[in-house]
Write a protein that binds this ligand. Structure first.
Ligand SMILES: C[S@@+](CC[C@H](N)C(=O)[O-])C[C@H]1O[C@@H](n2cnc3c(N)ncnc32)[C@H](O)[C@@H]1O
Length: 284
Protein backbone atom coordinates (compact mmCIF):
# COMPACT_ATOMS: atom_id res chain seq x y z
CA UNK A 1 0.00 0.00 0.00
CA UNK A 2 1.41 3.48 -0.76
CA UNK A 3 1.87 5.77 2.27
CA UNK A 4 -0.03 8.84 1.10
CA UNK A 5 -3.15 7.09 -0.15
CA UNK A 6 -5.06 3.86 0.19
CA UNK A 7 -4.51 2.95 -3.46
CA UNK A 8 -2.44 -0.26 -3.75
CA UNK A 9 0.76 0.05 -5.76
CA UNK A 10 2.04 -2.44 -8.29
CA UNK A 11 5.69 -2.90 -7.32
CA UNK A 12 8.31 -3.76 -9.95
CA UNK A 13 8.68 -7.22 -8.45
CA UNK A 14 4.96 -8.12 -8.57
CA UNK A 15 4.59 -6.45 -11.96
CA UNK A 16 7.28 -8.81 -13.32
CA UNK A 17 5.58 -11.85 -11.80
CA UNK A 18 2.16 -10.92 -13.17
CA UNK A 19 3.51 -10.13 -16.63
CA UNK A 20 5.29 -13.50 -16.70
CA UNK A 21 2.05 -15.25 -15.80
CA UNK A 22 0.13 -13.31 -18.51
CA UNK A 23 2.82 -14.08 -21.07
CA UNK A 24 2.61 -17.79 -20.25
CA UNK A 25 -1.17 -17.72 -20.54
CA UNK A 26 -1.72 -15.74 -23.75
CA UNK A 27 1.65 -14.65 -25.20
CA UNK A 28 1.08 -10.92 -24.71
CA UNK A 29 4.15 -9.22 -23.28
CA UNK A 30 3.98 -6.05 -21.18
CA UNK A 31 7.24 -4.14 -21.33
CA UNK A 32 8.58 -2.09 -18.40
CA UNK A 33 6.78 1.04 -19.56
CA UNK A 34 3.39 -0.74 -19.13
CA UNK A 35 3.56 -1.02 -15.34
CA UNK A 36 1.32 2.04 -14.76
CA UNK A 37 -1.17 0.87 -17.36
CA UNK A 38 -1.35 -2.61 -15.83
CA UNK A 39 -1.77 -1.12 -12.36
CA UNK A 40 -4.72 1.02 -13.52
CA UNK A 41 -6.38 -1.83 -15.42
CA UNK A 42 -6.01 -4.39 -12.63
CA UNK A 43 -7.15 -2.13 -9.80
CA UNK A 44 -10.81 -2.82 -10.53
CA UNK A 45 -10.14 -6.57 -10.31
CA UNK A 46 -8.54 -6.19 -6.87
CA UNK A 47 -11.57 -4.25 -5.65
CA UNK A 48 -13.96 -6.81 -7.12
CA UNK A 49 -12.28 -9.63 -5.21
CA UNK A 50 -11.79 -7.57 -2.03
CA UNK A 51 -8.02 -7.85 -2.21
CA UNK A 52 -5.87 -5.15 -0.67
CA UNK A 53 -2.58 -5.67 -2.52
CA UNK A 54 -1.23 -6.75 -5.89
CA UNK A 55 0.71 -9.56 -4.26
CA UNK A 56 -2.61 -10.97 -2.96
CA UNK A 57 -3.98 -10.62 -6.47
CA UNK A 58 -0.97 -12.46 -7.90
CA UNK A 59 -1.60 -15.33 -5.45
CA UNK A 60 -5.26 -15.28 -6.46
CA UNK A 61 -4.22 -15.67 -10.12
CA UNK A 62 -1.96 -18.57 -9.20
CA UNK A 63 -4.03 -20.58 -6.76
CA UNK A 64 -7.67 -19.55 -6.51
CA UNK A 65 -10.29 -21.95 -7.83
CA UNK A 66 -11.66 -19.05 -9.92
CA UNK A 67 -8.27 -18.48 -11.58
CA UNK A 68 -9.34 -19.62 -15.06
CA UNK A 69 -12.38 -17.39 -14.95
CA UNK A 70 -10.22 -14.49 -13.69
CA UNK A 71 -7.66 -14.91 -16.47
CA UNK A 72 -10.46 -14.87 -19.04
CA UNK A 73 -11.87 -11.71 -17.43
CA UNK A 74 -8.39 -10.15 -17.63
CA UNK A 75 -8.22 -10.87 -21.36
CA UNK A 76 -11.39 -8.82 -21.78
CA UNK A 77 -9.65 -5.74 -20.39
CA UNK A 78 -6.03 -6.23 -21.52
CA UNK A 79 -6.17 -7.17 -25.21
CA UNK A 80 -6.00 -4.71 -28.12
CA UNK A 81 -8.83 -5.44 -30.55
CA UNK A 82 -8.43 -2.98 -33.44
CA UNK A 83 -9.79 -4.44 -36.70
CA UNK A 84 -11.95 -3.64 -39.75
CA UNK A 85 -13.45 -5.28 -42.83
CA UNK A 86 -11.20 -5.86 -45.86
CA UNK A 87 -8.03 -5.01 -43.95
CA UNK A 88 -4.80 -5.49 -46.00
CA UNK A 89 -6.20 -5.55 -49.51
CA UNK A 90 -3.17 -7.03 -51.31
CA UNK A 91 -3.14 -10.01 -49.00
CA UNK A 92 -6.87 -10.54 -49.48
CA UNK A 93 -6.33 -10.45 -53.25
CA UNK A 94 -3.66 -13.14 -52.90
CA UNK A 95 -6.17 -15.15 -50.87
CA UNK A 96 -9.17 -14.75 -53.15
CA UNK A 97 -7.40 -14.78 -56.55
CA UNK A 98 -4.59 -17.23 -55.94
CA UNK A 99 -4.96 -19.35 -52.81
CA UNK A 100 -8.67 -20.08 -53.26
CA UNK A 101 -8.26 -21.11 -56.90
CA UNK A 102 -5.39 -23.42 -55.94
CA UNK A 103 -7.53 -25.01 -53.21
CA UNK A 104 -10.43 -25.37 -55.65
CA UNK A 105 -8.25 -27.64 -57.80
CA UNK A 106 -6.46 -29.44 -55.01
CA UNK A 107 -9.56 -30.35 -53.03
CA UNK A 108 -12.02 -30.91 -55.86
CA UNK A 109 -12.67 -34.46 -54.63
CA UNK A 110 -13.34 -33.77 -50.94
CA UNK A 111 -14.97 -30.35 -51.64
CA UNK A 112 -14.18 -29.22 -48.15
CA UNK A 113 -12.64 -25.84 -47.26
CA UNK A 114 -11.54 -25.04 -43.69
CA UNK A 115 -10.28 -21.66 -42.54
CA UNK A 116 -9.24 -20.42 -39.10
CA UNK A 117 -9.09 -16.74 -38.22
CA UNK A 118 -6.88 -16.70 -35.10
CA UNK A 119 -7.29 -13.53 -33.03
CA UNK A 120 -10.42 -12.59 -34.98
CA UNK A 121 -11.46 -9.83 -32.55
CA UNK A 122 -14.97 -8.48 -33.33
CA UNK A 123 -15.32 -10.68 -36.42
CA UNK A 124 -14.62 -8.37 -39.35
CA UNK A 125 -11.73 -10.58 -40.57
CA UNK A 126 -13.56 -13.96 -40.74
CA UNK A 127 -16.68 -12.28 -42.17
CA UNK A 128 -14.51 -10.66 -44.87
CA UNK A 129 -13.15 -14.12 -45.73
CA UNK A 130 -16.70 -15.52 -45.84
CA UNK A 131 -17.73 -12.75 -48.26
CA UNK A 132 -14.73 -13.40 -50.52
CA UNK A 133 -15.55 -17.12 -50.58
CA UNK A 134 -19.24 -16.43 -51.24
CA UNK A 135 -18.21 -14.28 -54.21
CA UNK A 136 -16.55 -17.35 -55.74
CA UNK A 137 -19.46 -19.25 -57.16
CA UNK A 138 -17.39 -22.38 -57.45
CA UNK A 139 -17.60 -23.03 -53.69
CA UNK A 140 -21.40 -23.10 -53.85
CA UNK A 141 -21.73 -26.82 -53.23
CA UNK A 142 -18.67 -27.16 -50.98
CA UNK A 143 -18.62 -27.68 -47.25
CA UNK A 144 -17.09 -24.41 -46.10
CA UNK A 145 -16.13 -23.93 -42.44
CA UNK A 146 -14.72 -20.68 -41.12
CA UNK A 147 -13.80 -20.50 -37.46
CA UNK A 148 -13.04 -17.27 -35.65
CA UNK A 149 -11.09 -17.65 -32.42
CA UNK A 150 -10.12 -15.10 -29.79
CA UNK A 151 -9.38 -14.89 -26.07
CA UNK A 152 -11.53 -11.85 -25.46
CA UNK A 153 -15.11 -12.92 -24.67
CA UNK A 154 -16.47 -9.41 -25.13
CA UNK A 155 -15.29 -9.13 -28.75
CA UNK A 156 -16.49 -12.67 -29.51
CA UNK A 157 -19.99 -11.64 -28.42
CA UNK A 158 -19.88 -8.64 -30.77
CA UNK A 159 -18.70 -10.96 -33.57
CA UNK A 160 -21.61 -13.33 -32.94
CA UNK A 161 -24.09 -10.44 -33.06
CA UNK A 162 -22.68 -9.25 -36.38
CA UNK A 163 -23.71 -5.60 -36.02
CA UNK A 164 -21.14 -2.94 -36.97
CA UNK A 165 -20.69 0.80 -37.04
CA UNK A 166 -19.29 2.93 -39.87
CA UNK A 167 -15.73 2.70 -38.52
CA UNK A 168 -15.55 -1.01 -39.40
CA UNK A 169 -16.16 -0.18 -43.08
CA UNK A 170 -13.28 2.26 -43.62
CA UNK A 171 -11.74 -0.03 -46.28
CA UNK A 172 -14.90 -1.64 -47.63
CA UNK A 173 -16.10 -1.17 -51.20
CA UNK A 174 -19.75 0.03 -51.07
CA UNK A 175 -20.59 -2.89 -53.40
CA UNK A 176 -20.04 -5.32 -50.50
CA UNK A 177 -21.92 -3.19 -47.97
CA UNK A 178 -24.92 -3.02 -50.29
CA UNK A 179 -24.79 -6.74 -51.04
CA UNK A 180 -24.02 -8.29 -47.64
CA UNK A 181 -25.25 -5.83 -44.99
CA UNK A 182 -28.56 -4.46 -43.89
CA UNK A 183 -28.68 -0.90 -42.50
CA UNK A 184 -30.30 -0.74 -39.07
CA UNK A 185 -30.89 2.10 -36.62
CA UNK A 186 -28.29 4.70 -35.59
CA UNK A 187 -25.82 4.23 -38.41
CA UNK A 188 -25.31 0.53 -37.81
CA UNK A 189 -25.16 -2.34 -40.26
CA UNK A 190 -26.08 -5.97 -39.70
CA UNK A 191 -24.28 -8.73 -41.57
CA UNK A 192 -26.53 -10.86 -43.77
CA UNK A 193 -27.67 -14.24 -42.43
CA UNK A 194 -26.05 -16.14 -45.32
CA UNK A 195 -22.60 -14.77 -44.36
CA UNK A 196 -23.22 -14.99 -40.62
CA UNK A 197 -23.98 -18.68 -40.71
CA UNK A 198 -20.72 -19.41 -42.55
CA UNK A 199 -18.65 -18.41 -39.47
CA UNK A 200 -18.50 -19.99 -36.01
CA UNK A 201 -16.84 -18.16 -33.12
CA UNK A 202 -15.10 -19.70 -30.14
CA UNK A 203 -12.77 -18.89 -27.25
CA UNK A 204 -9.50 -20.23 -28.63
CA UNK A 205 -6.10 -19.36 -27.21
CA UNK A 206 -3.38 -19.95 -29.82
CA UNK A 207 -0.97 -20.72 -27.00
CA UNK A 208 -3.11 -23.69 -25.97
CA UNK A 209 -2.12 -26.62 -28.21
CA UNK A 210 -4.78 -28.94 -26.73
CA UNK A 211 -7.77 -26.75 -27.56
CA UNK A 212 -6.27 -25.96 -30.98
CA UNK A 213 -5.94 -29.63 -31.82
CA UNK A 214 -9.70 -30.08 -31.42
CA UNK A 215 -10.19 -27.74 -34.35
CA UNK A 216 -8.84 -30.31 -36.80
CA UNK A 217 -6.72 -29.50 -39.85
CA UNK A 218 -7.03 -26.19 -41.68
CA UNK A 219 -6.39 -25.20 -45.30
CA UNK A 220 -5.63 -21.60 -44.38
CA UNK A 221 -4.91 -19.90 -41.06
CA UNK A 222 -5.07 -16.13 -40.77
CA UNK A 223 -3.22 -14.84 -37.72
CA UNK A 224 -2.91 -11.15 -38.40
CA UNK A 225 -1.81 -8.47 -35.98
CA UNK A 226 -1.66 -10.87 -33.05
CA UNK A 227 2.08 -11.69 -32.92
CA UNK A 228 2.96 -7.98 -32.69
CA UNK A 229 1.98 -8.07 -29.00
CA UNK A 230 3.94 -11.27 -28.24
CA UNK A 231 7.52 -11.77 -27.06
CA UNK A 232 9.74 -13.97 -29.18
CA UNK A 233 9.30 -17.14 -27.11
CA UNK A 234 5.48 -16.91 -27.38
CA UNK A 235 5.66 -16.23 -31.13
CA UNK A 236 7.64 -19.45 -31.49
CA UNK A 237 5.13 -21.45 -29.45
CA UNK A 238 2.14 -19.98 -31.32
CA UNK A 239 3.74 -20.50 -34.76
CA UNK A 240 4.46 -24.12 -33.85
CA UNK A 241 0.89 -24.66 -32.59
CA UNK A 242 -0.54 -23.20 -35.79
CA UNK A 243 1.85 -25.27 -37.91
CA UNK A 244 0.40 -28.40 -36.31
CA UNK A 245 -3.15 -27.59 -37.42
CA UNK A 246 -2.32 -26.58 -41.02
CA UNK A 247 -2.49 -29.41 -43.52
CA UNK A 248 0.58 -30.02 -45.70
CA UNK A 249 0.51 -27.45 -48.53
CA UNK A 250 -1.80 -25.18 -46.48
CA UNK A 251 -1.15 -21.51 -45.73
CA UNK A 252 -0.41 -19.18 -42.83
CA UNK A 253 -1.14 -15.49 -43.40
CA UNK A 254 0.28 -12.98 -40.93
CA UNK A 255 -0.22 -9.22 -40.68
CA UNK A 256 1.97 -6.97 -42.81
CA UNK A 257 4.09 -5.83 -39.88
CA UNK A 258 4.79 -9.45 -38.92
CA UNK A 259 7.09 -12.19 -40.18
CA UNK A 260 8.45 -15.56 -39.15
CA UNK A 261 12.07 -14.38 -39.21
CA UNK A 262 13.69 -15.76 -36.02
CA UNK A 263 10.34 -17.39 -35.18
CA UNK A 264 9.99 -20.50 -37.34
CA UNK A 265 11.91 -22.15 -40.13
CA UNK A 266 9.19 -24.74 -40.75
CA UNK A 267 7.16 -22.70 -43.23
CA UNK A 268 8.24 -21.74 -46.75
CA UNK A 269 7.89 -18.11 -47.83
CA UNK A 270 5.93 -18.18 -51.08
CA UNK A 271 5.89 -15.27 -53.55
CA UNK A 272 2.40 -15.04 -54.97
CA UNK A 273 1.51 -12.44 -57.58
CA UNK A 274 -0.26 -10.20 -55.08
CA UNK A 275 1.60 -10.84 -51.83
CA UNK A 276 4.04 -12.96 -49.82
CA UNK A 277 2.50 -15.79 -47.80
CA UNK A 278 3.76 -18.68 -45.67
CA UNK A 279 3.10 -22.23 -46.79
CA UNK A 280 3.52 -25.49 -44.88
CA UNK A 281 5.67 -27.81 -46.98
CA UNK A 282 3.88 -30.76 -48.62
CA UNK A 283 5.84 -33.16 -46.48
CA UNK A 284 5.62 -31.17 -43.26
C1 LIG B 1 -5.31 -6.29 -33.07
S1 LIG B 1 -6.49 -7.58 -33.05
C2 LIG B 1 -6.35 -8.20 -34.71
C3 LIG B 1 -7.70 -8.56 -35.31
C4 LIG B 1 -7.62 -9.09 -36.74
N1 LIG B 1 -6.87 -10.31 -36.80
C5 LIG B 1 -7.02 -8.07 -37.68
O1 LIG B 1 -5.87 -8.19 -38.09
O2 LIG B 1 -7.72 -7.10 -38.00
C6 LIG B 1 -5.62 -8.83 -32.09
C7 LIG B 1 -6.59 -9.85 -31.48
O3 LIG B 1 -5.82 -10.99 -31.05
C8 LIG B 1 -6.40 -11.48 -29.86
N2 LIG B 1 -5.40 -12.32 -29.15
C9 LIG B 1 -4.34 -11.91 -28.42
N3 LIG B 1 -3.68 -12.97 -27.92
C10 LIG B 1 -4.34 -14.07 -28.35
C11 LIG B 1 -4.16 -15.47 -28.14
N4 LIG B 1 -3.16 -15.96 -27.37
N5 LIG B 1 -5.02 -16.34 -28.72
C12 LIG B 1 -6.06 -15.87 -29.48
N6 LIG B 1 -6.29 -14.55 -29.70
C13 LIG B 1 -5.44 -13.66 -29.14
C14 LIG B 1 -6.81 -10.23 -29.11
O4 LIG B 1 -7.81 -10.47 -28.13
C15 LIG B 1 -7.31 -9.34 -30.26
O5 LIG B 1 -8.70 -9.42 -30.42
Amino acid sequence: MSKDSEVPELSVEIFRLIRELLKEYCGIFFDDSSRGLLQRRLLGRLKLHNLSSFSDYYRFLLFDKQRDEELAALMDILTVNETYFFREKKQLLAFSEEILSEIKERKKNSRRLRIFSAGCSTGEEPYTLAILIKEKNYFKDWQVEIIGGDINRRVLQIARNGVYRQNSFRATDPYYIYKYFEPIDNDKYKISEEIKKMVKFSYINILDPFKLRFLGMMDVVFCRNVFIYFDSESKKKAANNLYNIIRPGGYLLLGHAESLINVSTEFVLKHLKHDLVYQKPERG
